[in-house]
Write a protein that binds this ligand. Structure first.
Ligand SMILES: [Zn+2]
Length: 145
């Protein structure tokens, strides 16, 4: 993997993280508005206390995104970035650069991603209880006449 690309990607990831944290920070500030003049103290809080506070305000989606960003950054540091993590037989081993450009925190190559999605769809199909039926609702309506 080219160093230049890794550097650019890590900058991009850090930018995304900053943006996301900025939004959260704004939301925190918005919530604590109400006469209290503690805005600046938020930054001085012990970091895990602040993490906890940030965690509480995050949606699942945002939390996942933050984790994915941190994860990708760690993989860049650990020089494993761009390796597909699936380890199956048909794996291409490395995730293509065009794919990484579009999805900088992906952990699977195109092949494995498609394979995983197909499996997930299969599992979902088995789990589904079948189409919803609302027979009782229609019957009950007749009383209103
Ligand atoms: Zn793969």
């Amino acid at each position: 993997m080219r160093k230049e690309f890794l550097k650019k990607t890590s900058e991009r990831l850090l930018g995304m993280k900053k943006l996301l944290l900025g939004e959260i920070q704004d939301r925190l500030k918005g919530e604590s508005e109400g006469g209290k003049d503690e805005g600046r103290d938020t930054y001085d809080l012990a970091s895990d206390e602040r993490d906890r506070e940030i965690n509480m305000i995050l949606s699942d989606r945002e939390r996942e995104k933050l984790l994915a960003i941190d994860d990708a950054l760690q993989r860049i540091d650990g020089k494993t970035y761009g390796n597909c993590e699936c380890g199956c037989d048909q794996c291409e081993g490395e995730i293509g650069l065009p794919r990484l450009k579009v999805l900088p925190f992906t952990r699977l190559c195109v092949r494995c991603q498609e394979e995983t999605e197909r499996e997930n769809r299969l599992i979902r199909r088995i789990d589904e209880p079948g189409p919803y039926r609302k027979l009782t609702g229609a019957d009950a309506e007749e009383d209103s006449f």
